[in-house]
Write a protein that binds this ligand. Structure first.
Ligand code: F6R
Length: 369
């Protein structure tokens, strides 16, 4: 049942192009517009939404952090993303015009379920993004957008995460489409690019051997740091989480702009630092800033592992290891940038002799608060 792979996690990483394609299936019509009829919230209600709040845990929370960038950019609706376990305890402000999006692979995570119950009690509409048909979270929500990752067996989430991202982009683009913002042309072109993204994920998977080799060479390290900016910041958080749970190493993700406000003190000789570099096109200011971050940490002896768009020559001189990913629209980059981090964590775990599919102390579905 592992389909020739040693671990479910390897199989599930490899299944990502299919999972992404399946999650898009039937949701883009012939004219290149989104059709999300299955989401039973009427367009008239969606047009009235004045705030989006995303609640989720762990990896799903990281998908939610990325969704915030997409939703605010394409819809101009204020959006916040919050850990489900924190949400209801701070007495959040919600009403009928709030759309709460609850993201959960299993559909059974108690923290997320409690958050959505609280949201509905306050009169908010809840849309679930979920991978498990008929589970509790979609049953208790007003609407559901299913991710079509197929069953995810490995405890560490991989293909579910990529499909959660796709679902989040669909929600953001759909809200933009329904409300007709000034980004209409961009929305149409991103929908087009989304339909090609599975191919790009495949391309990344085909070039992972050097990443595996690099991971094996770091098996005796104690710490790995991850830096990113914009949508690359949650990607850094996700890379660090994967490494903690699988390799049992200290790992932390930082927003690259925060480096100078403290974390740069952690940089010393030979500390591996993974940097997720935004596309040099479009938001080039951010790109330049991150290139100087890489220079700074390298000058302090860090071993730089740089994930950058193919053809990004500016980073090359400062990268001890360069991992190239295909060019994508800026907001979609996490779909390709996360994959090397999954492979990296999986291979490091294996090299350290850890049980990849069943990391210690963890359960696939967390049904207690
Ligand atoms: C990390 C991981 C967990 C889950 C979290 C939420 O690899 O798997 O952090 O993402 O427990 O689970 P779901 O998505 O089932 O609500």
């Amino acid at each position: 049942e592992k389909g020739g792979y040693d671990y479910f996690m390897l199989k599930e990483i490899a299944e990502q192009p299919r999972a992404v394609a399946d999650t898009l299936l039937g949701r883009i019509d012939a004219a290149g517009s989104l059709t999300l009829d299955e989401v039973r919230i009427p367009d008239s209600v969606l047009r009235e939404v004045d705030k989006v709040v995303i609640v989720a845990c762990g990896t799903a929370y990281h998908a939610g952090l990325i969704a915030k960038y997409a939703i605010e950019h394409w819809t101009r609706i204020p959006c916040e993303t919050e850990l489900a376990s924190e949400f209801r305890y701070r007495d959040p402000i919600l009403d009928q015009r709030t759309l709460v999006v609850a993201i959960s692979q299993s559909g059974e995570t108690m923290d997320t379920l409690m958050a959505l119950r609280h949201a509905r009690e306050q009169g908010a509409k809840v849309l679930a993004i979920c991978n498990t048909n008929g589970s509790t979270i979609p049953r208790e929500s007003d609407a559901v957008l299913y991710t079509h990752a197929g069953p995810e067996v490995a405890v560490a989430s991989t293909k579910a995460f990529l499909t959660q991202l796709v679902a989040c982009y669909l929600v953001a683009l759909y809200l933009g489409q329904v409300r007709g913002t000034k980004w209409g042309d961009e929305i149409r072109s991103v929908i087009r690019e989304l339909s090609e993204i599975a191919q790009e994920v495949e391309e990344v998977l085909e070039t992972m051997e050097p990443v595996r080799e690099l991971a094996r060479s770091l098996a005796d390290k104690n710490t790995v740091l991850f830096l990113g900016r914009h949508v690359g910041y949650p990607v850094a958080l996700e890379g660090a989480l994967k490494l903690k749970e699988l390799a049992y190493m200290h790992a932390e993700g930082f927003a690259a702009g925060e480096l100078k406000h403290g974390p740069i003190a952690l940089i010393e000789k030979d500390v591996p630092v993974v940097v997720v570099v935004p596309s040099p096109r479009g938001r080039s200011v951010l790109h330049d800033k991150i290139v100087s971050n890489i220079q700074e940490i390298r000058a302090r002896g860090a071993r730089t592992i740089v994930i950058a768009e193919r053809g990004d020559e500016a980073v090359r001189p400062y990268a001890d290891h360069l991992v190239e990913i295909p060019p994508t629209p800026v907001l979609l980059q996490p779909l390709v940038a996360t994959v090397p981090l999954q492979v990296f964590a999986c291979e490091l775990a294996t090299a350290r002799g850890n049980e990849v599919d069943q990391p210690r102390n963890l359960a696939k579905s967390v049904t207690v608060e």
